[in-house]
Ligand binder design. Structure first.
Ligand code: NFS
Ligand code: SF4
Length: 642
């Protein structure tokens, strides 16, 4: 790293100081702290007080912990714990939205409503609760209760596991991998990783996989389904992304976090005439609500609300001096925001009972008080407008088309009356589309700071791979203009033809991280549609998390692998010094699940590894030779150089 990297964050000083008088950002801290050389090998154990033990394999034999634990056991335990935390995070969010659905059914959530009754009826059908005579309220109560039961269930199978193709379900049953209850799997993983319990790498990883599946086909899927009922099933919408969505002449409210319940009420309150008039009295021309992080992906997806940025941009939003209020709830909220907010007039407010930050004002939110709470918070922001000092908003904001859920992918591909993935399957079979890749996960200052996504995705679309994006990866791609139909000009000739014919971008925004479960549903539908094998592991579909940082990303990767979809991981693989564990994750899982992880920090090389895997699947399906149909003409060649 060079000096310019060291000072990549804003170094202006001003009233309020900040950490040591500097406006430090995550980029400064990443440089100053440096990665822990001990942690990356995955073999640090602090599961008991005979340790902590750091064990490494040496040429002279395997070193072990005080209790005799091998590096493989320790690495497997550590990764399983990461998975359990990720499942807990996604699924606790799912529990909140399911409880909100129950509150709506009881008439106790004034800021929320059932926006998509059709989806609710379909969901009730999936759960075996369909009844045409029941009101939406009655159905919401029954669906809510049924889904809440999935968390505390002790035995049997999670209900959404049955949405997987029959072959996959059979395989899971054979491997005892079907999750029983969401909370149960998390607790069992924590139990097994206690000192002196499960000490076999494969056994630990098997439980880790079952736990991860309880997220992909459980918690995350529940969150995505219920959010559609409450906020409307997403269909393609246009919006704008990047810090340029902040407005110099308006009151700016940034909503940052993962729970879309309060923002929904906030967007409503910000449109109320009294509050808009109050903003006018303070000298502002309006109230601008923008989103940050997975809440952003949700609200972008459901309503087209503008997005101020990805994970790494949270502190930079405050450096504009134009944010009157930043609301934070759960997950991926940096504590560094406190020092940064103190440098400006920004009110930083926590809203979740589960996530308090020392020294930050707390305004607790619940669905029952959502609208009143939202009004109070908007007023707080409006009254803060006159306290602004220098404002410096970057001009950049990029157009995006977002909102490709399970239903809308079927809709854009299959038409209004016959939503289906038939067109996608046909184009994969005839070779115009080589395969599909989900690019997911975080932005990591140690691995490209958002740049790796663009490199990987450009390479993939240039090779006719349709890309689905979620979470911060989606925002990184949006910032590079890849989420627009015009980006098809940079795609390979086959994919370009398909995108132009359908009017879609070559990179489809599928929502937040819990919405990765939508990708599982699309993949399951591709199997059901026919022509591409009988299991998810037959599909030419791959997933990548090139800049992962969160434990949730490991969970997502493990449930993709457990579902038969290979996953490429960037940054580092957590277990490099534990050979048997690493071999099991990178190869051994293939035997059981038909997919494994692969590790590749370089995004160009990762693209090549994705293409190898896609081509291998095409060969196995007997469809590899069909790409000659695409004839390059001069115009296509010119466009390829874009
Ligand atoms: Ni996903 Fe959303 Fe972003 Fe990573 Fe964090 S915000 S849930 S974990 S950093 S993609
Ligand atoms: Fe060390 Fe074993 Fe205790 Fe881990 S469980 S800290 S390896 S003694």
């Amino acid at each position: 790293m060079n000096d310019s990297k060291k000072t990549a964050g804003p170094e202006r000083t001003g009233p309020g100081g900040g950490v040591e008088g500097k406006r430090h950002t995550v980029l400064n801290r990443a440089w100053e702290t440096g990665p822990c050389p001990l942690g990356t090998n995955g073999t640090c154990c602090r599961a008991c007080a005979m340790g902590p033990c750091r064990v490494v394999e040496s040429g002279k034999g395997t070193k072990v912990g005080v209790c005799g634990a091998t590096p493989d056991t320790i690495a497997a335990r550590n990764v399983c714990r990461m998975i359990a935390v990720g499942v807990a995070a996604h699924s606790d969010h799912a529990r909140e939205v399911t409880q909100a659905l129950c509150a709506v059914a009881r008439g106790e959530a004034p800021g929320l409503e059932i926006r998509d009754g059709e989806k609710l009826r379909r969901l009730a059908g999936t759960l075996g609760l369909a009844d045409a005579d029941k009101s939406l309220g009655e159905l919401a109560a029954e669906v809510g209760a049924r889904l809440l039961n999935e968390f505390g269930r002790q035995d049997g199978e999670l209900v959404f596991a049955a949405l997987a193709p029959a072959k996959r379900l059979e395989r899971w049953r054979r491997l005892r991998a079907v999750p029983r209850g969401i909370d149960r799997e998390v607790v069992e993983t924590l139990h097994r990783t206690h000192m002196g319990v499960d000490q076999d790498t494969s056994s630990l990883v098997a439980q880790g996989t079952r736990t991860a599946l309880a997220d992909g086909w459980g918690g995350s899927m529940i969150a995505a389904e219920v959010q559609d009922v409450l906020f409307g099933t997403p269909y393609p919408v246009r919006s704008r992304v990047d810090l340029g969505v902040l407005k110099a002449d308006q009151v700016n409210i940034v909503v940052h976090g993962h729970e879309p319940l309060l923002p929904e009420a906030l967007v409503r309150a910000a449109r109320e005439p009294e509050l808009v008039a109050r903003a006018g009295q303070m000298g502002a021309s309006g109230i601008n609500v923008v989103e940050m992080r997975c809440t952003a992906d949700e609200l972008l997806m459901h309503h087209g609300v503008p997005v101020a940025g990805h994970f790494l941009q949270q502190e930079f939003a405050l450096t504009t001096g134009a944010v009157e209020l930043m609301l934070v709830d759960i997950q991926c909220v940096m504590q560094g925001l406190v020092a940064m907010a103190a440098c400006f007039h920004t009110h930083l407010v926590t809203t979740s009972e589960k996530a308090r930050i020392k020294g930050v004002h707390h305004a607790e939110f619940s669905p029952a008080t959502a609208l009143d709470a939202a009004r109070g918070l908007v007023k707080l922001a409006v009254d803060n407008f006159p306290r602004r000092r220098t404002v410096n908003i970057p001009a950049k904001a990029v157009d995006v088309v977002a909102g490709f859920g399970y239903e809308s992918i079927g809709y854009v591909l299959g038409g209004r009356f016959r939503g289906s993935v038939r067109v996608l399957n046909e184009n994969i079979i005839n070779g115009w589309v080589r395969g599909v890749t989900a690019v997911v996960g975080c932005i990591n200052p140690r691995a490209g700071a958002g740049k790796n996504h663009g490199v990987l995705v450009r390479e993939l679309i240039a090779n006719d791979v349709l890309v689905l994006v979620t979470g911060c990866a989606a925002i990184a791609c949006a910032r590079e203009g890849l989420l627009l139909p015009a980006a098809a000009a940079t795609a390979g000739p086959g994919l370009r033809e398909v995108c132009v014919a359908l009017g879609i971008p070559p990179v489809l925004h599928c929502g937040s991280c819990v919405d990765n479960s939508r990708i599982l549903k699309v993949a399951a539908q591709m199997v059901r549609e026919g022509g591409l094998g009988e299991d998810l592991s037959d599909l030419p579909v791959v997933s990548c998390a090139p800049e992962w940082m969160s434990e949730k990303a490991v969970t997502i990767g493990q449930y993709f692998v457990g579902s038969g979809i290979p996953v490429g991981l960037g940054v580092y693989f957590p277990g490099v010094d534990s050979h048997k564990f690493t071999d099991h994750m990178l190869a051994g899982l293939e035997r059981d699940y038909g997919a494994a992880w692969f590790y590749e920090p370089d995004p160009q090389a990762m693209a090549r590894k994705v293409l190898e895997r896609i081509d291998a699947k095409r060969r196995a399906l007997g469809i590899e030779g069909q790409r000659e149909r695409v004839l390059y003409d001069m115009e296509m060649r010119r466009r390829l150089d874009v």
